[in-house]
Design a binder for this molecule. Structure first.
Ligand code: GLP
Length: 244
């Protein structure tokens, strides 16, 4: 199978197979381009995917020694060491388990006063390394990508956004009784679309509506993920529950 061309849609039966297939594609891309720039996502969907990717590293098939990463988003405000931060999630599920260099890990800092400057820094850094080669995405129940909530402009770049109540509710489990931050810093839709290749993963019946709208409805700001249909190289991999 090739993800070299256009729009690929793959429905597999189980969530585990989504993770395996995505990890296989990403591992092959790392193998081909040792200094690849990866755009990474967080969330429950990504847990198994990172587990599978770590297996390729442990088997010696790939090395992260030259890989650069940019994560999509981070809560705001939050300290990176907070257990609920996306940075902690990434440390736990990927960074602490592979030989990636700290200097090659790029993250939005949710602990700065001047968030505008921080977002500008991030956007510039992505440009400076020549852009993202391969961006991994999940999808929110409301069709968001990164933290680009419905209504986000297709020309948006990295910025601070207010989280919708449905997103705060969906992500509350990470905060264990504490309040979910009101805001987040996120790559914009334009930033995401500037990546050379995009792979979106979705598992579970909670994502079925968002996937249907992404694939079949109008391309509209109301469903941020629908804009992916305008990108030249996208793969969408889902399980049968998300495809219902
Ligand atoms: C968060 C992230 C998104 C992610 C979404 C889905 O809101 N900002 O990037 O796609 O969660 O998460 P989950 O996989 O837990 O459903």
């Amino acid at each position: 199978m090739s993800i070299e061309e256009q729009f690929t849609f793959l429905e597999v039966s189980k969530a585990k197979e989504v993770a395996k297939l995505a990890a296989k594609i990403v591992a092959n891309n790392i193998k081909k381009n040792k200094g690849i720039v990866l755009g990474l996502a967080t969330g429950n969907t990504m847990v198994e995917f990172y587990k599978e990717l770590v297996k390729y590293y442990k088997k010696g098939f790939i090395s992260f020694s030259k890989v650069k990463t940019f994560n999509l988003d981070e809560y705001y405000p939050i300290n990176s060491e907070d257990k609920s931060s996306f940075r902690s999630f990434m440390n736990k599920h990927l960074f602490d388990k592979v030989n990636i260099k700290e200097k090659n890990i790029n993250f939005l800092n949710g602990d700065v006063k001047d968030f505008k400057k921080e977002c500008e820094r991030y956007e510039n850094k992505i440009k400076k390394v020549g852009g993202i080669d391969l961006q991994i995405l999940g999808i929110g129940v409301n069709g968001h990508v990164g933290f680009n909530e419905p209504g986000s402009s297709f020309t948006s770049i990295t910025r601070r956004v207010k989280l919708s109540s449905s997103t705060k509710k969906a992500n509350a489990r990470e905060f264990k009784g504490k309040q979910v931050p009101k805001y987040a810093l996120t790559m914009g839709i334009k930033t995401i679309l500037s990546s050379d290749k995009i792979i979106l993963l979705a598992i579970g019946d909670k994502k079925a509506r968002a996937i249907k709208k992404t694939l079949e409805g109008k391309i509209t700001k109301k469903v941020p993920a629908s804009v992916l249909r305008k990108h030249k190289n996208v793969s969408i991999i889902i399980d049968c529950k998300a495809g219902k």
